[in-house]
Design a binder for this molecule. Structure first.
Ligand SMILES: *Cc1c(COP(=O)(O)O)cnc(C)c1O
Length: 480
């Protein structure tokens, strides 16, 4: 044990003997290890330095810009984390009687209303734990709705070729056949092709607006009319609502069902698969099918209502409470004007960066010029002329201490770099990022192809990582 002159020796001895007692009290002797554990014998200083060093090898939003297009990796106010840690929230148990968690229920109830206001929808469920689970839930709602109307032949979902990968995945899981339609030269929905593809078999048209190229679908009202005229529904992938808050609402655009990614737009640090919340908002006619329980307010008290026809439950208890709580605090903190300004600055930052990059002529901008909160550039010409790929540029950014953007998505852009600066970066940071991208495009091929040079992990074998993932410590043995 670590000893220092400032410790009181008798106290330390007492502490040591207490610690020695603990194992026998908590673990039966039969289950205890007979030999000393085969772990390094290190003192506290070494351990602290080891873990600090490990944490420094990581890169997070608090280390610098993290412009992962489509993922909205923005700064999340610390106050949200702080409040979520308060005992009154963190120590509530999901099985507590509802009379003892009225405050929590009130927060959930009010959050549902706030999300209705932001999106122009009639009601929300907060249950789904991710965008993808929201999509799945939304599509089950669509299916239940069509079945309810005895409209049993609608087994197709139409998607544009810019759609996020989770869209076709969720639709397939919900039992649908996927029909992908190509975008126009402008990078938007091709109305003619959509018209031809829609039929009495279409259950839903799933759309992201602005789409994943960062382009707003200006024909959205026409699209909505066309889809509804065929008796189909319009689904909104609202993972990217960071672009339009306080400016436009999917409900007003004619969408029937929407999901939001609270962990992206509404302040929860996320990555590596969680934690998340993908609430679903619907127009009035779908409300009856929303997952149970619904939170209702009666005589100034909040209750869980299990008593309505519904698609059932999609998540244990009532969703990821701490993520929902942080979204609630974030929305209160920002207020109407704050949310609007968030989107304005996110869009401004994105267009500022895009213009600087396009002006440099080092990267190409496919499709329309004006973008929302994100934009996609291509380095296909770098590949053709010099063999430098999007992956190489991304790896080289690491050498400059910058997190790369999303690459190779959306699929319709060759050698794509998808950049979403968000509202929380300074002009200085945006300038530095653009200058670095320009510099990389001018560097010699070998330097860029061999990057990263000064990170602790060099290039990994991407194919091997996918084909032979190391999922437990046992598979590590392979590399011994
Ligand atoms: C992130 C994202 C999703 C999926 O959300 P998850 O929470 O990762 O499941 C869906 N659509 C778009 C456009 C996204 O950016």
């Amino acid at each position: 044990m670590y000893r220092s002159a400032i410790y009181d020796e008798p106290l330390l001895i007492e502490l040591e003997s207490k610690i020695k007692d603990i194992p026998e009290k908590v673990l039966p002797l039969s289950l205890q290890r007979k030999e000393k554990a085969n772990i390094p014998d290190l003192d506290e200083t070494q351990i602290v330095r080891h873990f600090l060093r490990l944490s420094q090898m990581n890169y997070g939003i608090e280390s610098g810009i993290y412009p992962l297009g489509s993922c909205t990796m923005k700064y999340n106010p610390k106050i949200c984390e702080e409040i979520a840690k308060w005992d009154c929230f963190a120590m509530t148990h999901p099985c507590q009687d509802e009379s003892t968690i009225q405050g929590n229920l009130q927060i959930l109830y009010e959050l549902e209303q706030m999300l209705c206001e932001i999106t122009g929808m009639h009601s929300f469920t907060l249950q789904p734990a991710a965008g993808a689970q929201g999509e799945f839930t939304g599509l089950l709602l669509a299916k239940t709705y069509h079945d309810f109307n005895k409209d049993f032949n609608r087994n197709e979902i139409i998607l544009p070729d810019t759609s996020h990968g989770t869209n076709p995945a969720s639709a397939t899981m919900a039992g649908y056949k996927i029909i992908e339609i190509p975008s126009t030269k402008e990078g938007t929905v091709d109305l003619e092709i959509l018209e031809k593809t829609l039929s009495e078999k279409t259950a839903c048209f799933m759309l992201t607006n602005p789409n994943t190229l960062g382009i707003f679908e200006f024909d959205i009202l026409k699209i909505s009319k066309m889809v509804h005229a065929k008796g189909a529904l319009l689904y909104y992938d609202g993972a990217n609502i960071n672009a339009i808050m306080g400016k436009a609402r999917p409900g007003d655009m004619g969408f029937d069902i929407v999901h939001l990614n609270l962990h992206k737009t509404f302040s929860t640090p996320h990555g590596g698969g969680g934690p998340g919340a993908g609430p679903i908002g619907v127009k009035k006619k779908f409300e009856r099918f929303l997952p149970i329980p619904r939170i209702v307010k009666k005589n100034d008290k909040y209750h869980f209502n299990y008593d309505h026809e519904s698609i059932g439950k999609v998540k244990a208890y009532y969703g990821n409470f701490s993520v929902l709580l942080k979204a609630y605090i974030y929305i209160l903190l920002m207020g109407n004007n704050g949310l609007k300004e968030t989107s304005e600055v996110a869009v401004l930052n994105s267009n500022y960066m895009k213009k600087k990059i396009v002006d440099s002529k080092k990267y190409k901008l496919p499709y329309k010029d004006l973008r929302k909160h994100e934009f996609v550039i291509s380095c296909e010409h770098l590949r053709q002329e010099r063999g430098i790929r999007a992956l190489d540029v991304a790896k080289r950014l690491l050498d400059y201490g910058l997190h790369p953007p999303t690459i190779y998505f959306p699929l319709i852009v060759k050698e794509a770099l998808m950049i979403e600066p968000t509202e929380s970066e300074s002009k200085k940071n945006l300038d530095k990022y653009v200058e670095t991208l320009i510099k990389i495009a001018e560097e010699d091929k070998e330097t860029v192809k061999n990057a990263p040079n000064n990170t602790s992990v060099k290039r990994v074998d991407e194919a091997d990582a996918v084909k032979n993932p190391i999922l437990t410590w046992k598979s590590l043995q392979r590399y011994k």
